[in-house]
Design a protein around this ligand. Structure first.
Ligand SMILES: Cc1cc2nc3c(=O)[nH]c(=O)nc-3n(C[C@H](O)[C@H](O)[C@H](O)COP(=O)(O)OP(=O)(O)OC[C@H]3O[C@@H](n4cnc5c(N)ncnc54)[C@H](O)[C@@H]3O)c2cc1C
Length: 387
């Protein structure tokens, strides 16, 4: 007997699992998620998982804000733990970006986001361990923080299973079959599942899954390095997350004595990239960190890892149905800022698939056709990952 599903989701990262859960929560039945390895084994499990709202455009600002609210109340809303830790988040820009940060904060405040411009005097009270003399402008978000990507991903999957969805691991999808212009089946190493609806949330590997159907997703992959730094005992018990646009990096606390530092991006092959960190990166980013948090001169490098950003030409995702292949949807291209959006991406994609249109947030700015229409998402800064 042929296996059938109403909807098949390909990829068990935070996006696939959030989409699966939200489809199930909205009443969809006969759902299957296929993951080639384990849940969170792609970019999700390597994420710095910072949740903040500072962006240059309303769609991502709103998604981050609504997602953060869900992460903060994950046990009540979803029924699982998210490990959300409130740290506050400070955005620091150089003098050339003063106007940009003012415009961003004004836009965010209009949307109801809890953020404000702050001065060096404010920062001396909020975060006295930071040195901000060179800042041209700063904004502070008191509710921002970070969550645990493994808990969120496995939490969504577990709750989707409780609602009847199937999550199948170690099950690489080899092809998506079509007849005419319609999706008809998904073929994995284990089985062929007949379905008329497929959501591709396969990170960097999405491109090769859909290209046999004549669809070229404009996706590329870069390697992003993260350093684990030890803070000097007792000197910096805590600190906020920091988006240091002036120096083009970010950092956040992890536990009582560690700080995670996000560094630069280099082109990478998703199947063979170096998952460790480079020594010159350790030197360069330690210097940046000490500049912003001087007591770190007494701290030290402990370890690090690298993960993948799946990038589009504007470093923003594609959330859309795929024109020309009826029943095919994609949620891909989250670069280095997808985790904080994932709760709302799950809701928006579920609405798109079930109701024909995302309602909670207008996701049309993230449509696939924006690239050929030259209507790309723009940052007010030069560094798209940070805002
Ligand atoms: C080092 C690093 C730091 C980051 N920091 C932050 C941050 O601070 N804040 C933030 O918001 N975001 C951050 N991000 C980005 C965020 O983690 C990603 O945007 C997000 O995890 C992407 O999730 P995903 O589900 O799309 O992709 P993935 O987690 O990569 O999931 C895709 C899944 O698809 C599976 N798959 C692929 N091909 C197939 C196939 N053929 N069949 C079945 N399964 C398949 C893979 O095994 C994988 O599990 C960071 C990312 C990295 C790497």
């Amino acid at each position: 007997m042929a296996t059938t599903a109403d909807i098949v989701i390909i990829g068990g990262g935070v996006m696939g699992c959030s989409i699966l859960y939200n489809l199930a929560a909205m009443g969809a039945k006969n759902l299957v998620l296929l993951e080639r390895d384990t849940l969170g084994s792609g970019s999700t499990g390597k994420s710095q998982a910072i949740c903040r709202m500072h962006y240059s455009n309303p769609v991502t600002t709103l998604m981050a804000w609504e997602s953060m609210k869900i992460y903060r109340s994950f046990p009540e809303v979803v029924g699982a733990e998210a490990g959300y830790v409130t740290t506050g988040y400070l955005v620091v820009v150089g003098p050339q970006d003063r106007e940009a940060i003012e415009q961003n904060v004004a836009m965010q405040q209009e949307l109801g986001i809890d953020t404000r411009l702050v001065t060096a005097g404010d920062v001396a009270e909020i975060a006295p361990m930071l040195s901000v003399q060179d800042a041209g402008g700063m904004a502070y978000e008191p509710q921002s923080g970070y969550a645990d990507p493994h808990s969120v991903t496995s939490g969504y999957a577990a709750m989707a299973r409780e609602l009847g969805a199937k999550v199948i691991l170690s099950s690489p999808v080899r092809s998506i079959e079509t007849s005419g212009d319609r999706v008809t089946a998904v073929v994995s190493d284990q089985e062929r599942i007949e379905t008329d609806t497929v959501v591709v949330a396969a990170g960097p590997w999405a491109r090769s899954l859909v290209s046999p159907l004549g669809i070229e997703l404009p996706l590329d992959t870069v390697r992003h390095q993260l350093l684990i730094m030890r803070r000097p005992a007792g000197r910096i018990p805590q600190h906020p997350g920091v988006g240091d646009i002036a120096q083009e990096f970010s950092f956040r606390p992890d536990s009582t004595h560690l700080t995670l530092v996000g560094g630069r991006e280099d082109p990478a092959d998703p199947d063979t990239y170096n998952q460790g960190v480079d020594l010159d990166m350790v030197e360069e980013y330690t210097t940046k960190l000490v500049h912003r948090m001087p007591a770190m001169s007494e701290g030290g490098f402990q370890d690090g890892w690298s993960g993948l950003f799946t990038i589009t030409p504007d470093w923003h995702p594609i959330l859309d149905r795929v024109n020309g292949v009826s029943g095919l949807y994609c949620a891909v291209g989250f670069s280095g800022h997808g985790f904080k959006l994932a709760a709302m991406i799950g809701i928006s994609m579920a609405e798109l698939v079930l109701e024909g249109k995302a309602k909670a947030v207008d996701i049309r700015p993230l449509r696939f056709s924006r690239f050929e229409e030259a209507d790309l998402m723009r940052s007010r800064y030069r560094y798209n990952v940070l805002a």
